[in-house]
Design a protein around this ligand. Structure first.
Ligand SMILES: Nc1ncnc2c1ncn2[C@@H]1O[C@H](COP(=O)(O)OP(=O)(O)OP(=O)(O)O)[C@@H](O)[C@H]1O
Length: 612
């Protein structure tokens, strides 16, 4: 019988290949002393105040902890077993019990304060680190962000700093305590009975080896879990940001399948890691049990041969019980340290990144400018060998309005990026009032230029705060005056709380036009000599456009302005229209002059007219 063979479906691109998320997790890193010292330097400012207290608490805690087993051995040998002739045994027992109680109390107090101060140091260090990192990232130039997805920057400020938090709040000080405790126990064991001490101490390296080896594997397994979770986060972030596009193209199923894939892979690695974790406990117990076996077997022999008392054997067992704890923790700490080192490496990598655009030594403060701008044979490359601007010559007088026109990718945004010195030109010269932009401080240059971008960025906060972003010391009256001047006041007062209305990040509740008017008010408040508008009127309705046109007149008044606009109707009144093509100026002049030329500009205007 012929069974019909189902025709193979054409292979779709596997969904796993659709989304590629960079793994921002370094699985294994050798210990790096230089970085470790750099990390410890963050503790320095607090070391003098807090470290001595910590040390005292640590020593107190350890001494009290290690004295208790010895007192118990005394109770057994001197009070319980044979009565001491000098003192009635009950009295001695009571005395010892009181002493033990007191010691426990001191130990409790010392530990409480130690934990409190460790947390204080840890939190302060993390606060400083996070602050330093954020401050530094804010200074980095555009080309740094061009190279990295926002998610990867975010992960370093959050996840990596958090993984250091563990090290500073629990780790660093506990290592010290554990080392002191371990050393103390070894000395006491050898003092009580060196033979038995040696027999027990020999098991330590075995225990340490098992603990470290196994923990390395467990750590890797958990790192894999973290890596997979981090991918889920990236996908989640992308999915939420792009939810409108996903729904518009009905890609929910595909997205779900991909998410499912990642989710189950994360679950699998979690199962694996947790299974390994479960092996660890019993294994340590078995080794510990083996140590105890040696202790009692050899201890019993020593008691029989009168080399040890019962009380001392109990004390021994007690010390040995306290012995595994620090060893176990030290192994754990070592792993934690390696993870923290990987994180700190990534953090310091960012901190060492130098902003490309920095004040050169001896840079002057740009005095208040008039607004004359000169581009002299300006060449610019984002990437070496690929010229985005090919020798631009442009002379702009103070107060003139310049419109930049051209096909997509012709270099319009690049020109305005260079004006604010977001990038440095590759060759040529760019001057403002005769000052080369590279010779003046970045702050003094940018404070005299305002930029209004097409995708106006609205920060979460009130409407008032968002306008005030233009000049932080502006009064409420100045803010409202600016809003009135650009026709924004009218819509603001209609909002539920007027100027105090809280807008979500990116201004989701405002329309495009409203966002634009807000950013005009922000720019007007800053009162810059040079104003840059990037496609400011691209996507709004005619009525809002009229309002924006009016606002623009107010905004442009008396300033040098650069306007990038795709709607050519909005730039008809510009003093000078510059037509760019493939990074070079092809035509320039005012609207009438360019229309007469029958060149690119006229072509663009006619094309738009036909389209309308
Ligand atoms: N950050 C960047 N890194 C590398 N190349 C870039 C970068 N930004 C722009 N370019 C390239 O530089 C050229 C000019 O881009 P620019 O953004 O100035 O064009 P534009 O005229 O403003 O285009 P549009 O009208 O589409 O905004 C393009 O070829 C673009 O691919």
């Amino acid at each position: 019988m012929n069974i019909p063979v189902e025709k193979a479906k054409p292979l779709k691109k596997p969904i796993n290949e659709r989304f590629v998320y960079q793994d921002d997790e370094v699985i294994d890193k050798p210990f790096n002393w230089v970085e470790f010292k750099r990390l410890l330097a963050y503790m320095k400012p607090y070391a003098r105040q807090i470290l001595p207290i910590l040390l005292v608490m640590m020593i107190l805690g350890t001494i009290t902890k290690l004295t208790v087993p010895y007192l118990i051995s005394l109770a057994i040998d001197k009070a319980i077993a044979p009565a001491w002739p000098a003192l009635p045994s009950v009295k001695l027992l009571l005395l010892i019990t009181g002493a033990v109680l007191l010691l426990y109390l001191i130990q409790w107090a010392a530990n409480t304060y130690r934990i409190k101060f460790t947390n204080i140091i840890g939190q302060r260090v993390i606060y400083d680190l996070r602050e330093d990192l954020f401050k530094h990232i804010q200074k980095l130039s555009f080309n740094f962000f061009d190279k990295r997805p926002a998610g990867s920057v975010l992960v370093r400020v959050t996840n990596d700093i958090n993984s250091l938090q563990d090290l500073f709040t629990n780790g660093a000080v506990n290592v010290l305590i554990d080392c002191v405790q371990l050393l103390g126990i070894i000395v006491i064991l050898l003092l009580i009975n060196w033979k038995l001490g040696l027999a027990v101490v020999v098991t330590v390296p075995i225990m340490f080896l098992i603990s470290t080896k196994l923990r390395v594997r467990i750590r890797r397994a958990w790192q894999e879990v973290r890596m997979k979770n981090s991918r889920i986060n990236s996908h989640l972030n992308e999915s939420i940001q792009g939810i409108r596009v996903t729904q518009a193209y009905t890609q929910e199923q595909e997205n779900m399948a991909y998410f499912d894939d990642m989710n189950s892979s994360s679950k699998k690695s979690w199962d694996k890691a947790s299974a390994m974790n479960q092996v660890f406990g019993p294994l340590i117990d078995i080794t510990g049990g083996f140590g105890t076996l040696v202790l009692f077997w050899f201890g019993a022999h020593l008691i029989q041969t009168d080399q040890l008392t019962v009380g001392l054997l109990v004390a021994f067992a007690n010390y040995v019980g306290n012995f595994w704890e620090p060893i176990n923790r030290l192994g754990q700490m070592y792993n934690q340290l390696l993870v923290a080192m990987a994180s700190s490496e990534r953090i310091f990598e960012f901190m060492d990144e130098q902003p490309n655009i920095a004040n050169k030594p001896g840079a002057k403060v740009l005095p208040p400018i008039r607004g004359d701008i000169q581009f002299e044979k300006v060449v610019f490359e984002y990437e070496k060998g690929r010229q985005a601007l090919k020798g631009i010559n442009l002379s702009v007088e103070a107060g003139q309005s310049i419109a930049l026109v051209g096909h997509t990718g012709s270099g319009k945004s690049t020109i305005i990026n260079l004006l604010s010195r977001f990038y440095d030109i590759t060759s040529g010269r760019l001057t403002i009032d005769g000052h080369d932009v590279r010779d003046v401080t970045v702050e003094s240059l940018r404070s005299q230029i305002s930029i209004v971008l097409q995708d106006t960025f609205i920060f979460s906060g009130t409407i008032r705060d968002n306008i005030r972003f233009g000049r932080l010391d502006a009064t409420d009256e100045e803010i409202e005056a600016a809003a009135k001047a650009v026709n924004a006041h009218e819509f603001i007062v209609q909002l539920p709380d007027g100027y105090e209305t809280e807008v979500e990040e990116r201004g989701g509740m405002l329309s495009m036009g409203q966002r634009q008017l807000l950013s005009f008010a922000r720019a007007l408040l800053a009162n810059p000599r040079i104003l840059i508008l990037d496609e400011a009127t691209a996507s709004i309705d005619t009525e809002t456009e009229l309002k924006i046109q009016e606002a623009l007149q107010v905004l442009l008044e008396g300033r040098t302005s650069f306007m990038v606009a795709h709607r050519l109707s909005t730039i008809r009144n510009a003093d000078h229209i510059v037509v760019l093509d493939h990074g070079a100026i092809q035509e320039s002049g005012n609207h009438e002059q360019l229309m007469k030329k029958h060149g690119i500009y006229r072509g663009l205007v006619e094309a738009q007219f036909r389209f309308l």
